[in-house]
Design a binder for this molecule. Sequence first.
Ligand code: NDP
Length: 247
Amino acid sequence: MTRAFTGKVALVIGGTRGIGAAISRQLAADGAAVAMIHRSRSGEADALLAELQATGADALTIAADVGDPVALNDAIDTVIARFGRLDILINNAGLAITGPLADYPPDAFDRVFAVNVRAPFLAAQKAAGVMTQGGRIITIGSIVADRMPGAGGTLYAASKAALAGMTRGLARDLGDRGITANLVQPGPIDTERNPADGPNAEANRSPLAIRRHGSAEEVAVLVAYLASGSAGFVTGAVYNIDGGWSA
Ligand code: NDP
C-alpha cells in the first residue's frame, strides 16, 4: 500500500519525546523514513527507534545538542549520508529559560536563541540545499509569540516570535523551488514540560476556549497535513493550535 510519505525522508529535530515523538510516529505511520535528533535522553530515543522499526519503518536516532551549530551540521550530514535525500524538516526542539527579568543568567539569551532560532535557521538553510520540489520545512513555535499569559516568559516568547519572520522569509526564498515553510504555534500541550495535571495546568487552560490541554498527537496530525503533498499551496503561514487562546 502506498502511504502519503512513501519514499520521503523526514528529519524531526527533537523527535524522540513529547510533541516531536508524536510527529515522528505520525510521519513513520504515513510511510516516511524518519531521522530523529535528540539531545541526551538516549534511553527514550532508543525505545522510540525500536518501536518505529518494529512497525517496519526505516528510522534513525542521532544525539546532538542543536544549540551547537557544528553538532547540528554534523547530524544533518549523517542523515543525508544515511538516507541520500531529505524531504521534510521538522524544527521542534525548544528551550525555555523563564523567570523574573532580573534573574536571567547572563548567557540565557544566547542559549535560548541558539536552540529556538539559530538551530531552525541553520537546519532550514542546510536542508533547503538538498531538498527538491515538494520539500517541506515546518517549525514548532508557541502561541506565546502572540499572547503572553503572565510574567516570566520574555526570552522564550521573543525567541518563538522570531520564527514567524523566519518562516515568511523562507517561504519567499524557497517558493520558486516548490518548497514550503510553515509555522505551527501550539498552546498548552500535555507533555513532560507542561503536564495536564501539573501545578500550572489550570492557569494554562484558563485563557482557552476549549479548556483542556491539547495532545501531542493533535499537533502531529496538523504537522503531517502541512508536510503532505496536499498542502503544496500553503506556505509562509502560521497555524495556531491553541484551544482558541487567540479567539
Ligand atoms: P521538549 O521541548 O522538551 O522536546 C523534547 C525533545 O526535544 C526531545 O527529543 C529532546 O531530546 C529534544 N531536545 C530538546 N532540546 C534539544 C537540543 N538542544 N538539541 C537536540 N534535541 C533537543 O518537549 P515538548 O514536546 O513539550 O515541546 C516541543 C516543542 O513545542 C518545543 O519547541 C516547545 O517550545 C514547543 N511548545 C510546547 C508546548 C507545550 O505545552 N508542551 C506549547 C507550545 C510550544 P532529549 O529527550 O534527549 O532531551
